[in-house]
Design a protein around this ligand. Structure first.
Ligand SMILES: Cc1cc2nc3c(=O)[nH]c(=O)nc-3n(C[C@H](O)[C@H](O)[C@H](O)COP(=O)(O)OP(=O)(O)OC[C@H]3O[C@@H](n4cnc5c(N)ncnc54)[C@H](O)[C@@H]3O)c2cc1C
Ligand code: FES
Length: 256
């Protein structure tokens, strides 16, 4: 882990409030794996003081990409960065999805949670049979479906809450059938906590290995401030930044 000034190569609006930023760093692009994240200083001043965490979307050394949604002050500042600007970045941070070979893995993405899963598709679609379930509120929030279509996935299913553009439903709508049809024994998911809670109810007791990549508010990003803790099923608190962000689903105490 080190902090470095990374040059912004492009910062492109993909749709609405969603952006793809390409940054230059040999260190981050060569050392990141799916699940890793970076802490990005969104402003050159002390306002906001804290760096913001973003998952690695893909790498193409010496470049890496983050895919982000503008939700508040920090991400809005990030959206204003121009080609050639320098931003301070720490990374790669956190753990990664486990690496497998010749397994039937189902990726489950909710909204911007597609970021680390896109990286997993790029990295692991040659060495494993991957399937994907990807859902969002509407078609305007379900991005990169065309790019994903170019990968050899065993099955892909896209859902929107409002039925726009894709099948009306949620990531859990057909998940049990998809798991059975594709002989899935491992899942990797990333999305909002509510999605994880539904996933835990639907597939938590199927006897397969489920890994979740979680989001949390972060101060430092490397284990010293405790601002990112979540409650574990053993009653102990876990730091999303340094114990995660990837956890076995059964390690976390879900609300429902
Ligand atoms: C490991 C990790 C990976 C992440 N990867 C991505 C990514 O690839 N793309 C992406 O767009 N975002 C990602 N996030 C979330 C991102 O860090 C937040 O959206 C960002 O920090 C918001 O900063 P802000 O200043 O714009 O918003 P703020 O002003 O801080 O908050 C604005 C709104 O967003 C909500 N919010 C802020 N942070 C989070 C959070 N961590 N989880 C849920 N809600 C939050 C707040 O409740 C508030 O409603 C990731 C978070 C973590 C911990
Ligand atoms: S963000 Fe500081 S301990 Fe996790």
């Amino acid at each position: 882990m080190k902090e470095e000034a990374c040059r912004v190569i492009t910062n492109t609006i993909i749709q609405g409030r969603y952006y793809l930023m390409k940054l230059e760093s040999s260190h981050i692009s060569e050392n990141s794996k799916p699940g890793n994240f970076v802490m990005v200083a969104v402003s050159g001043s002390n306002d906001p003081l804290l760096k913001r965490p973003f998952g690695i979307f893909k790498t193409d050394p010496p470049y890496f990409y983050i895919y982000y949604e503008v939700v508040g002050k920090g991400s809005e500042l990030l959206a204003s960065k121009m080609t050639g600007d320098l931003v301070m970045v720490v990374g790669p941070l956190g753990n990664t999805f486990p690496e497998y070979e010749n397994e039937n893995i189902l990726l489950v993405g909710g909204g911007r949670g597609i970021a680390p899963l896109y990286f997993a598709i790029e990295q692991y679609s040659g060495s494993n049979n991957l399937s994907l379930i990807y859902g969002a509120r509407s078609k305007d929030d379900l991005l990169f479906t065309e790019e994903i279509g170019k990968f050899a996935l065993k099955e892909k299913a896209f859902y929107t809450d409002d039925g726009s553009g894709f099948t009306k439903g949620q990531v859990t709508t057909d998940i049990k059938e998809i798991i059975e049809r594709n002989g899935i024994n491992i899942t990797f998911s990333c999305g909002p906590d509510k999605m994880f809670e539904s996933l835990n109810s639907e597939i938590g007791s199927l006897g397969i290995s489920n890994f979740v990549s979680m989001e949390a508010f972060m101060g430092c990003g490397f284990g010293i401030c405790y601002s990112c803790v979540v409650k574990g099923s053993d009653g102990k608190y876990k730091k999303v930044c340094s114990d995660g962000p990837v956890f076995r689903m059964e390690e976390i105490k879900w609300q429902i």
